[in-house]
Design a protein around this ligand. Structure first.
Ligand SMILES: [Zn+2]
Ligand SMILES: [Zn+2]
Length: 94
């Protein structure tokens, strides 16, 4: 095992991460994340949790997917419970 693919350090506990057909050698998770973690198409942050994937791109959260104008996800997350205004409010006149 050689040096870290990101920072070039070869000290510490080296490990490899494989994703698909891509493999990298790292000395820390910070470096592994830097190279391997996908970036949110909307805000650009590294996606460390479960990504929200769509045909439009990959996002860190539903909020970003919606902000990026993805009608697919937006429709999915819309709740059917709509607040209905109370009918026949008691009119206290007289
Ligand atoms: Zn490194
Ligand atoms: Zn995001």
């Amino acid at each position: 095992m050689g040096a870290c693919d990101v920072c070039g350090s070869s000290e510490g506990r080296m490990f490899t991460v494989s994703m698909g057909n891509q493999t990298g050698t790292f000395d820390s998770f910070e470096c592994a994340i830097h190279m391997m973690a996908p970036a949110c198409e909307h805000c650009g942050c590294r996606i460390l949790g479960h990504p929200v994937e769509s045909e439009a791109g990959i996002y860190c959260c539903l909020h970003c997917a919606r902000e990026a104008g993805n009608p697919h996800q937006a429709a999915k997350t819309e709740h059917s419970t709509v607040a209905v205004p109370a009918q026949g409010a008691t009119a206290d006149q007289g």
